[in-house]
Design a protein around this ligand. Structure first.
Ligand code: SF4
Length: 255
């Protein structure tokens, strides 16, 4: 049994084994979040909330206060917590189903109101936990359990581009970006900016992360990374779309 370090850290891998499928992107996203929490020293100031779907498996990943919500409701719960305890940092974690489908109205309204919360949305182009059905971000032509002939955009429309859309809704002070698990240093930097934006009280912060789901993609290791880098990253542009920290993919110093 692993012994926790004398100085507790929010992210201590031996006591928090990976609960996701082999090759799943969630573990990479959560590692980036955990490392940022510890490096920023905000372990005791944060409330971590996770939504339904595979993202809920993160509910006990961190040694910090956490809550688990259902069916797209992590955004309003984070808003409520922040409004009642503005000195705390609230971080909501969700999938593309929770954020862009059943919880989309909450996401849009929180963005319009420039709520000072941080939201992280993992986009793996399908409903993971329920077996791989089409989600709002499924690629055109992508085969899923509910699109066995490939997603037909004439019937279902085109994939949701969350960061692009939210960029048009938010006011100055918002931080909006998209990262990918294939570029870890950039992912960690963008996540740090999304946290720092709330720490500084600037406004709404949203980070979408492109991630792998080999179980439902039915892919081996090589095919998984090829699909992420050759297909998904071409459909969804990676980068910072709105930032109060200045243009460009720059390192932001942390005090
Ligand atoms: S179903 Fe997909 S998203 Fe869910 S844990 Fe497995 S690989 Fe990850």
């Amino acid at each position: 049994m692993a012994i926790a370090p004398a100085t507790p850290k929010s992210w201590y891998l031996p006591t928090k084994p990976h609960k996701f499928c082999p090759g799943c992107g969630h573990g990479i996203v959560l590692k980036a979040l955990g490392e940022n929490i510890d490096e920023l020293g905000i372990q005791n100031d944060i409330i971590f909330g996770c939504d339904i779907g595979c993202s809920l498996l993160a509910w006990d990943f961190f040694a910090c206060d956490s809550t688990q919500t259902h069916h797209g409701r992590v955004t309003p719960v984070m808003v409520g917590l922040k409004r009642s305890r503005p000195e705390l940092l609230t971080v909501g974690y969700m999938g593309d189903g929770g954020g862009y489908s059943i919880g989309s109205q909450h996401l849009l309204n929180a963005a319009v109101r420039n709520e000072t919360i941080t939201l992280i949305l993992v986009n793996n182009t399908n409903y993971g936990m329920t077996g791989g059905q089409m989600s709002p971000t499924t690629l055109p032509g992508q085969v899923t359990e509910t699109t066995p002939l490939g997603r037909d955009t004439a019937i279902t429309g085109y994939p949701t581009k969350g960061p692009e859309f939210l960029s048009t809704l938010t006011s100055d002070g918002a931080y909006i970006a998209r990262a990918t698990v294939s570029k870890y240093k950039q992912l960690k930097r963008f996540m740090r900016n999304a946290l720092r934006n709330q720490i500084e009280g600037n406004g709404f912060s949203f980070l979408e992360v492109l991630a792998t789901c080999p179980t439902n993609w039915r892919t081996n290791a090589q095919q998984t990374w090829n699909f992420l880098e050759d297909e998904i990253e071409k459909e969804f542009r990676v980068g910072e779309m709105k930032t109060p920290f200045g243009k460009g993919d720059k390192e932001v110093a942390v005090d």
